[in-house]
Design a binder for this molecule. Sequence first.
Ligand SMILES: [Zn+2]
Length: 150
Amino acid sequence: MIEEHTAQLQNCMYQYSRAIYRTIKDMIDPYSDPETQLESRRAVLLACEQTMERLAKDPLYFANPDKALFQDIRRHFPITAQAQVAWAVQHGVGAAIEFIQEQIEAGALDGGVARCRATTRKGKPCQRTPLPERDYCPSHQHLERTKAAA
Ligand SMILES: [Zn+2]
């Protein structure tokens, strides 16, 4: 079941990588020869897809995915387009992260991802998503500080 969910999620994620690619592909260095341009397009699309695959597999522990993707692809774009590419990547990856967060909160990835370690007042395990690289969700993050202070 978990694997099935992951496959579905990845299909959705490819829509985000294609959206990013469509936004930036025409900014790829216009002064390089056609063959290099074609290679650049392939490399950019692949990098977008790999970012989304990694996000789908590892949504909580992939730090700064937008920055990582931009670093990966920036060499394919002229200096004058870099700011625009960075913005498109940030925007597109941000939308994908938002989508993943919604999936996690809806329980679509149950069992596949980390959960907040706290227990609710009703004595049930908290179902919320921990903060990045933390054991607790935003409502329970004070528990982490208590632990660190001890
Ligand atoms: Zn919690």
